[in-house]
Design a protein around this ligand. Structure first.
Ligand code: ADP
Ligand code: MG
Length: 242
């Protein structure tokens, strides 16, 4: 039996009167790729913030492997192998592509020369070798998403949280990004949680999915089960920007 890598139990987050997460349970096994689905405002990014340690839950607990990390800082969680990308990419725009990736490696204590070699490997993995010495500000949205992924890989994650990796990316570039997500598991054995607004893109990629609505888990199951669920269908049909 595969061990659970992440267990979120009864996580609750309130912002003033808004319940962004309402007693959310989530179990992710080592090596799994899981989709976090739901309309805008459902709580998907807040769930990532709780797992990454950026937003403390008012209730509930987070376990990473055998360790309760509910009270652990985000930097401790990063050291334990949780990495993320952001819905809005945040590269150092004045630094080059490779320098952006090197920052994460140097901060692990590597020398500049070793960091450059290792960074080049991640840049190649995400298909940006041709842009190695270009400033990050010259990249397209899709390329910036891939740079984010390379920066996340540089922290050597066990669990990678990808927030709307296809958001704002032009349609022809989306398959390239999905292929990268597939290779994270196949070639690197990384457990991946991927937030998506548009569930169609994750068919064939995610083993399982949870569907959030107004901070609550509405359905969990295979992608197929979630997509066919009556409540999910009615939310998507009624959600004009889905
Ligand atoms: N920092 C914050 N302050 C106040 N409200 C927030 C904050 N972050 C999120 N929210 C609210 O919490 C709810 C869930 O937001 P979010 O997790 O960003 O949803 P999603 O990523 O699914 O679109 C929304 O109603 C949003 O407005
Ligand atoms: Mg979001």
């Amino acid at each position: 039996m595969t061990a659970n890598l992440l267990e979120v139990s009864q996580a609750t987050v309130q912002f003033g009167g808004v319940v962004a997460l309402d007693r959310v349970d989530l179990t992710v096994r080592e090596g799994q790729t899981m989709a976090i689905l739901g309309p805008n405002g459902a709580g998907k990014t807040t769930l990532f913030n709780v797992v990454a340690g950026v937003v403390p839950p008012s209730q509930g607990s987070i376990r990473l492997g055998d360790t309760d990390v509910t009270k652990a800082t985000s930097s401790l969680r990063s050291a334990k192998g949780i990495a993320r990308t952001f819905q809005i990419t945040q590269p150092f725009s004045g630094l080059t592509v490779i320098e952006n990736v090197m920052v994460a490696i140097v901060s692990r204590g590597q020398s500049m020369a070793a960091a450059r070699d290792e960074a080049a490997e991640y840049v190649e993995f995400v298909g940006l070798s041709a842009k190695l010495d270009e400033p990050a500000r010259t990249l397209s949205t899709g390329q910036r998403k891939r740079l984010e992924l390379a920066r996340a890989l540089a922290t050597k994650p066990r669990l990678l949280l990808l927030d709307e990796v296809t958001g704002g990316v032009d349609r022809p570039s989306i398959p390239q990004i999905l292929d990268l997500i597939r290779r994270l598991r196949e070639e690197r054995g990384i457990t991946v949680l991927v937030v998506e607004h548009n569930m169609e893109v994750l068919f064939g990629l995610a083993d399982e999915a949870i569907f959030l609505n107004r901070g609550k888990v509405l359905v969990t199951g295979t992608m197929q089960e979630v997509a066919e669920h009556a409540a999910v269908r009615s939310i998507y049909l009624g959600d004009s920007d889905a």
